[in-house]
Design a protein around this ligand. Structure first.
Ligand SMILES: Nc1ncnc2c1ncn2[C@@H]1O[C@H](COP(=O)(O)OP(=O)(O)OP(=O)(O)O)[C@@H](O)[C@H]1O
Ligand SMILES: [Mg+2]
Length: 367
């Protein structure tokens, strides 16, 4: 692979309309040089359309695509030099692995010797050098996807675009290839834009995630930042599981506020610089199930709510509990099961507690 590392990509107010339907709605996004960015969103949220616009196969209705500061919106796909791997992207069945990988180099008119060197390097990269002479049908699904990756990387692309490249694989193989993809990204140091609707894949692979809903970019950030501080109900719900607690804002102050929900008084702390909502307004909190603990006799927490277990299940690593509360409705809590003397039972009264920073104010999604 060449010394030239990744390139920086910017989407400026990109929209795509099909008749009166808006598939992509004024999406602006920066992808840094060498970054692994994932577009995450439900089916139909515009992920593939954005990727196709970046690749040059879909012309945006408005806005521009910028690479290293240069507007490439009018450039045809072949002039962009982007590598692409699509969902179930078929290899040429009659060509060997090496011939498949060499194909983009033949199109570009490279000499036989240069092709051979680059094909070998690309197959090494995906650890398939020993499979060079096989036909695609003699490979597993995961190996075929790795050939597709090698073919997308062999010509030193400016960007690697991946549209659900692992979605056709079974769960275990997918997890393996996710690790390989991450390692591959580290080795080649290029800018990757990946599309998925698998939230775990997005969390584990990405430097940054951009969350889409109905063609709009809802929130972008590092996986941890998005998980810990979702801005809207949709983001909290889509990226992981969440309880939503609704109530009235009391005693707002620079560091937080109290949320009153029935008889419950929940203490909410805010990150530095984030303003508290006005007293008396309605507010919605996101509370991750794993941030809740069961309080024993005399134990304290910033927020405390009493309830009763209505259902529970054992998940190996932990228990998942559904707890009915008078003030907050049904709450889900996940507890680690190891080293715990706790034995869940239907109807068991429990006292739930969590720290002030565990409950995060989120906006209700626009209708
Ligand atoms: N050529 C087209 N003509 C009309 N509508 C289109 C066209 N291409 C896409 N759409 C619509 O645009 C929306 C976004 O499609 P897109 O393929 O980008 O979604 P996606 O987020 O990739 O979904 P998935 O996860 O199912 O692949 C969808 O509602 C789709 O039906
Ligand atoms: Mg798609």
């Amino acid at each position: 692979m060449s010394e030239q590392r990744g390139h920086a990509l910017t989407l400026q107010e990109v929209s795509k309309h099909y008749g009166t339907f808006t598939a992509v709605d004024r999406v602006s996004l920066d992808v840094a040089q060498g970054e692994f960015l994932t577009l995450l969103g439900p089916s139909g949220s515009g992920k593939t359309t954005i990727l196709m616009a970046v690749a040059g196969f879909v012309a945006p209705s408005a806005g521009s695509i910028v690479l290293d500061g240069a507007d490439i919106t009018p450039l045809p796909p072949e002039k962009r030099n982007f590598g692409m791997v699509f969902q179930g992207y078929a290899l040429f069945p009659h060509m060997t692995v090496a011939e498949n990988v060499a194909f983009p180099l033949r199109v570009r008119g490279l000499s036989r010797a240069d092709r051979d060197t680059k094909v070998r390097a690309a197959l090494d990269l995906v650890q398939l050098a020993a499979f060079a002479d096989r036909l695609p049908k003699q490979l597993s699904g995961g190996q075929q996807q790795r050939v597709a990756l090698a073919r997308a990387l062999v010509f030193d692309p400016n960007l690697l675009l991946l549209d659900e490249p692992l979605s056709a694989l079974d769960k275990k193989l997918r997890a393996e290839l996710q690790e390989e993809l991450k390692a591959l990204h580290r080795r080649v140091g290029r800018t990757f834009v990946n599309v998925t609707h698998d939230q775990e894949e997005a969390l584990s692979l990405s430097d940054r995630i951009a969350i889409l809903n109905h063609g709009k970019l809802v929130q972008a950030g590092a996986p941890g930042a998005l998980y810990e501080r979702p801005r809207t109900r949709f983001v909290a719900d889509f990226l992981g599981k969440s309880n939503f607690l609704e109530g009235l804002v009391r005693q707002p102050h620079p560091g937080g506020f109290t949320l009153e929900a029935g008889a419950a008084q929940l203490t909410v702390s805010l990150p530095a610089g984030e303003a508290a909502p006005a007293a008396g307004t309605r507010s919605l909190l996101s509370l991750r199930p794993e941030k809740i603990t069961l309080l024993g006799e005399g134990e304290e927490a910033d927020s405390i709510v009493d309830g009763r277990i209505v259902a529970w299940s054992y998940l190996g690593a932990g228990f998942s509990l559904r707890i009915e509360t008078a003030d907050l409705g049904e709450i889900r809590a996940n507890l680690p099961s190891w080293r715990s003397a706790f034995a869940p039972a239907e109807g068991l009264p429990v006292r739930l507690g969590w720290p002030a920073e565990a409950a995060v104010p989120v906006e209700e999604d626009a209708a």
